[in-house]
Design a protein around this ligand. Structure first.
Ligand SMILES: [Fe+2]
Length: 482
């Protein structure tokens, strides 16, 4: 483990083995009285399993974290997501199911056997969402893990309809409040592979396929874009030959190749009809996260955190993070303007200079619509890892920053003030690692100025997580994405 101050962020990649239930965390400052609900987060928290370690940050076994707010007090509990993959990994003494960049299949025989009887990971360490009103932990397969939001106990898999099928999916569905459903997509690998966009109705009824597209070499896409009328697949030139993947001994992501000559492709589909509207190609780029998208003047504005290539994936291997090696790849918030007509060209413009990742917006008000504010994690000029929180005003270009030396904040989750009608009126919540002290705390800040409001002190290090959701108390019984 790295020891110097500058590399102390490596503490965020340590295992957390304790499971706790703390009724009242020590609090500094005053939590807003209206903040009454629960923040549920997931992330990789166990990297050393038996005598082996996983290869990549994204392969750590998932842990759920629950921060519950009421009357100015904060309760906290954490529990491993006891998924099938978790249980099998504990029994085996090593990661049991193929992950992002770690594959337990060591021999050609085992690999071929797994092709005929694939066993996908359900290690939901990427995101929390709600399917049919129930919270689920998601990874990039179609095995959403239901869990009890009070006890964090696993309740089984959310049933998925056979019509959807597919092998690889995403952990970033979009919610459409008008149509009362979520949208997501899967990739079906085969001699003729297919992207399938599908809907997950809020009422818990069966999922249905919305649109399909055949593809020769499927792309690795961590998220997609949605406007009020359209779903857009942003197809990065990080692609896989499905046949080679099945016969190759490499872990999942190692089968993908960066082919910049393919360019970056936008495929636009109409939500209501499933019709493929248009596809456009521009210069190669990579992204994990879309920020938002909307229609304006007959064009689409598609905002994403854009890297020049996919080198960021290689920089997140566990051994180099634990050694304190810097993550230098810079994801920049970028706006693509994509014509809805089949002529015209795609243009790209920077929304802010410097690194911004794990972007969040005022999703309840602005998903798929014009918007003003984006929050995300930044990296200061001397920083080796994400070390700050940024608020970007897309109207004025103004940027606010929250930074405390030696502290590493996670994804900033926006929580709207109940009853407010103004975009961005609320607070930001972030789980922060204090690398000097070796403990984490939960920070609440003003959403616009990013000034401190209050914090709740945890008793241990919470490994860097990925994503989470806040649920106001009234909705805890039947959760709706914020
Ligand atoms: Fe993500």
């Amino acid at each position: 483990m790295a020891g110097s101050d500058r590399t102390s962020f490596a503490r965020g990649f340590s295992d957390l083995d304790v499971e706790t239930n703390v009724a009242r965390l020590p609090v500094k400052g005053a939590f807003p009285p209206w903040l009454c609900g629960t923040l549920l987060r997931t992330g990789p928290a166990k990297f050393d399993i038996g005598a082996t370690s996983v290869n990549h940050w994204f392969d750590g076994l998932a842990m759920l974290h629950r921060f519950s707010f009421a009357d100015g007090e904060v309760a906290y509990s954490n529990r491993f997501l006891r998924s099938d993959t978790f249980q099998r990994s504990m029994d085996r003494g090593g990661l049991a199911d193929g992950g992002f960049a770690t594959d337990p299949c060591r021999t050609l025989f085992q690999r071929v056997a797994s092709v005929f009887s694939p066993r996908f990971t359900d290690n939901g360490n990427v995101n929390i969402d709600s399917f049919g009103g129930e919270p689920v932990a998601l990874t990039e397969t179609l095995l959403p893990v239901r869990f009890d939001p009070e006890t964090l106990a696993v309740l089984g898999h959310h049933p998925m309809s056979a019509e959807v099928g597919g092998m690889i999916s995403i952990a970033h569905p979009h919610h459409d409040a008008t149509r009362q459903c979520r949208y997501s997509y899967v990739v079906e690998f085969g001699r003729r592979s297919q992207y399938r966009l599908f809907a997950i109705p809020d009422d818990g009824s069966a999922q249905r396929v919305v649109a399909t597209m055949e593809v020769d070499k499927p792309s690795y896409m961590h998220s997609f874009a949605m406007t009020e009328r359209y779903l857009i697949l942003t197809e990065f030139p990080l692609v896989v030959d499905p046949l080679r993947m099945m016969l190759n001994l490499s872990p999942f992501i190692r089968n993908y190749r960066w082919l910049p000559e393919r360019g970056l492709r936008f495929h636009v589909f109409e939500k209501d009809s499933g019709r493929h509207v248009v596809s456009h190609t521009t210069e190669a780029a990579f992204a994990f996260h879309h920020i938002n998208a909307f229609e304006a003047d007959g064009e689409l504005k598609i905002d994403a955190v854009v890297y020049p290539d996919a080198a960021i994936i290689d920089q997140l291997y566990l051994s180099r993070l634990r050694a304190g090696e810097p993550v230098t790849a810079t994801g920049q918030p970028t706006r693509f303007t994509v014509p809805l007509a089949d002529h015209g060209t795609v243009t790209a413009a920077s929304l802010a200079s410097g690194m911004l990742e794990l972007p969040r917006i005022d999703y309840g008000r602005c998903a798929g619509k014009p918007y003003r504010y984006v929050w995300g994690n930044g990296r200061t000029p001397d920083g080796l890892f994400l070390d700050s929180i940024l608020r970007v005003d897309l109207e004025t270009g103004a940027v606010a920053r929250w930074f405390v030396d030696g502290c590493y904040p996670g994804e900033p989750v926006f929580v709207p003030r109940p009853g407010s009608t103004d975009e961005g009126d609320g607070v930001i919540i972030s789980v922060v690692l204090d690398a000097h002290c070796g403990t984490s705390f939960l920070q609440i800040m003003d959403s616009i100025s990013l000034s401190d409001i209050a914090r709740a002190q945890c008793l241990h290090t919470i490994p860097f997580g990925l994503h989470g959701c806040y649920y106001p108390r009234a909705e805890e019984g039947r959760m709706a994405r914020m």
